[in-house]
Ligand binder design. Structure first.
Ligand code: SF4
Ligand code: SF4
Length: 343
């Protein structure tokens, strides 16, 4: 039976996986070590023109933004290539794609004038808002005073279309008078490990499970693989909202870094024709049998369960895929570099 691919109604365009930072929690394993393979204008045109027919506006209309609505530009860090970000915004705006916003870690916001200029240029080209990332992992790479500047000037330029993700960490940093960068070990001295993720959304996915293992030892429980066998990936996996489209042409489901439904440069055909399960066994197991099927399949390829256990179903899933990408040729495990940058 053909596997149907969800028609995306919102999502993010990964302009490149290159980033100035190498956050311990990065779902897409981005870092400065990736090649600067920025999305070409040709691919931008192909992807945007097809998304123009599917992306839906935020609840308050196309001029407003919502994290799970419209289209956002992301990475990696999109401000590393401001020219491309500007061009992408212009193209998306001309195509009538609603609720456009950009996601950034604000490393570039070093002074008021430059910050205001960049935001103004983006606004004039059709950008409706900005999503500013705030948590202790970014704080290792970006002085908090830059984040504060970007929020202050963002409010001036984009008004209410400024989203801070996550406000609870913003509150904590302000309360503790943080202004500069802070490494994670020093940050953890400010609060108990158990409190670290209190009142915040956190996904143990991508690099997080590997990078945080030692630091959070004992504070967060791990479980054997079987504990996650019956946790469904659908709908979190095959959903229509907040999917991603990367610079290599991969249509990435949700937050599942390293998995590709297929070529988003030919999205219309992908949606129309679906994919054949026998050619995409990893996708097929995830959609039809959740993690138990993929676990049994991975064992056939020599995967050994980690005796230390797993933090989450996504940790188990990533670990199995990390093994499969080395031992087989699975076209749905893309981009391959993702698996090299996890640790
Ligand atoms: S989480 Fe964002 S800022 Fe951090 S490495 Fe990933 S893309 Fe870069
Ligand atoms: S378990 Fe795998 S496929 Fe399912 S949501 Fe997590 S990373 Fe995605």
């Amino acid at each position: 039976m053909i596997l149907r691919i969800p028609k995306p109604i919102s999502g993010g365009l990964i302009l490149s996986y290159k980033c100035n930072a190498e956050c311990l929690h990065c779902m897409y394993a981005c870092s400065p070590k990736w090649n600067a393979d920025w999305m070409s204008e040709e691919n931008l045109g192909k992807i945007l023109s097809q998304l123009a027919g599917t992306i839906e506006p935020a609840p308050y209309g196309p001029e407003s933004i919502g994290l799970n609505h419209g289209l956002h530009f992301t990475g990696g860090e999109p401000f590393l290539n401001f020219e491309l970000l500007f061009k992408a915004t212009e193209m998306a705006h001309e195509l009538g794609i609603p609720s456009l916003f950009v996601e950034t870690n604000c490393y570039w916001s070093t002074n008021d004038k430059g910050t205001r200029n960049k935001m103004r240029l983006l606004k004039e080209s059709g950008m409706r808002g900005i999503l500013i990332s705030v948590n202790p992992f970014y704080l290792e790479f970006v002085p908090f005073e830059r984040t504060e500047r970007a929020i202050r000037i963002g409010l001036e330029i984009f008004g209410q279309n400024v989203a801070v993700y996550q406000p609870e960490y913003y509150r904590r940093f302000k309360e503790w008078g943080i202004q500069e960068r802070l490494n994670i070990d020093d940050y953890l001295k400010l609060e108990r490990k158990e409190e670290f993720m209190r009142n915040v959304e956190f996904f143990m996915n991508g690099r997080a499970a590997y990078a945080l293992e030692e630091r959070l030892q004992g504070a967060y429980p791990k479980y054997p693989a079987a504990a996650f066998f019956n946790e469904p990936c659908v709908p979190s996996f095959a959903r229509q909202w907040h999917n991603h489209f990367d610079n290599y042409g991969n249509y990435i489901p949700g937050y599942c870094g390293g998995i590709s439904y297929g070529d988003c440069r030919d999205l219309d055909s992908l949606l129309r024709e679906g994919i054949q399960p026998e050619k995409h066994p990893v996708l097929s197991f995830l959609i039809n049998e959740d993690l138990q099927g993929l676990f049994n399949f991975s064992k056939e390829y020599g995967y050994k369960e980690a005796h230390t256990g797993y933090f989450s179903k996504c940790h188990l899933c990533t670990d199995m895929r990390k093994h499969l990408v080395r031992t087989g040729d699975f076209q749905e495990l893309q981009p391959k570099e993702f698996y090299m940058h996890l640790e």
